[in-house]
Design a protein around this ligand. Structure first.
Ligand SMILES: C[S@@+](CC[C@H](N)C(=O)[O-])C[C@H]1O[C@@H](n2cnc3c(N)ncnc32)[C@H](O)[C@@H]1O
Length: 238
């Protein structure tokens, strides 16, 4: 499970040949909405998910919060402290990042949070087919994949996008590349027919290490929030 910081320069600023919303975004999103994605699940991620279920991780009755692409897990711990009645699940494929929070293999369970090593495109599909729906779903600073040819690697251009949306809950995506935020918002609009806003945010305290890095460098940060009623209506329409 490799990771890449390609095209994020030293300052953390995204550089790209793309200077607006990708011209093929709408076609791509509509194609994914029409055809179900049949790619096989990632087996190690499926095994980690199954073990979580076997060990009763989801059976405590707490509402779920997902921190997708949680990196080192710092944001997961912050969310867990902020929402003590919830179960917060941080998911990342990078063992190098997760190891900074003590994850050595599949997952680590602490008070009201769990850190799991998994491929998100598999983990989201498993949660969906298991009937789980997070109350809140955070995507803090996903890899931007800024090359125009990498549209399908951005979450809104990826074939898993309909399932990500169908998982439901209030979804917040934050990033420091405005084009990514505008594309994400438009992709949600294509799927739901509901207008989405891109908001420039200035958090007082950083929720995650990447946010901290960007705040330290005084970069502009953007957020898209999909209300739970919008993702829920989409979930019911599938
Ligand atoms: C730019 S970092 C942001 C980390 C953290 N959210 C933060 O704000 O500090 C993106 C993270 O997403 C993870 N990631 C990217 N693609 C992933 C995938 N398909 N499945 C799981 N994790 C992924 C990477 O390993 C990396 O830790």
């Amino acid at each position: 499970m490799s990771d890449t910081s390609e095209n994020i320069c030293e300052s953390g600023l995204v550089t790209s040949k793309q200077n607006g919303v990708h011209p093929r975004l709408e076609r791509r999103v509509r194609r994914h909405l029409e055809a179900p994605w049949l790619q096989k699940l990632h087996l190690p991620s499926q095994e980690n998910y199954r073990q979580l279920v076997r060990e009763g991780a989801f059976s405590g009755g707490q509402a779920l919060i997902l921190d997708s692409g949680c990196g080192t897990g710092k944001s997961t711990r912050r969310l867990a402290a902020r929402f003590p009645e919830h179960l917060v699940i941080g998911v990342d494929r990078s063992i190098k990042r997760l190891a900074k929070s003590g994850v050595t293999s599949g997952f680590l369970q602490r008070e009201n949070y769990i850190l799991v090593r998994a491929e998100l495109a598999t983990f989201w599909r498993l949660l969906l087919s298991g009937g789980f729906s997070p109350q809140r779903h955070y995507l803090f600073y996903p890899n931007p994949w800024p090359k125009p040819g990498h549209l399908s690697r951005r979450w809104h251009g990826h074939p898993v996008f309909p399932q990500l949306l169908a998982l439901g809950g209030e979804i917040e995506m934050r990033c420091n590349w405005e084009i990514y935020a505008r594309e994400f918002a438009q992709a949600v609009e294509f799927a739901t027919n509901v207008n989405m806003n891109v908001t420039e945010i200035q958090p007082d305290t950083a929720v995650s290490p990447f946010e901290q890095k960007y705040l330290d460098r005084r970069q502009a940060l953007f957020s898209v929030i999909v209300p739970a009623r919008t993702s829920q209506a989409f979930r019911l329409s599938r």
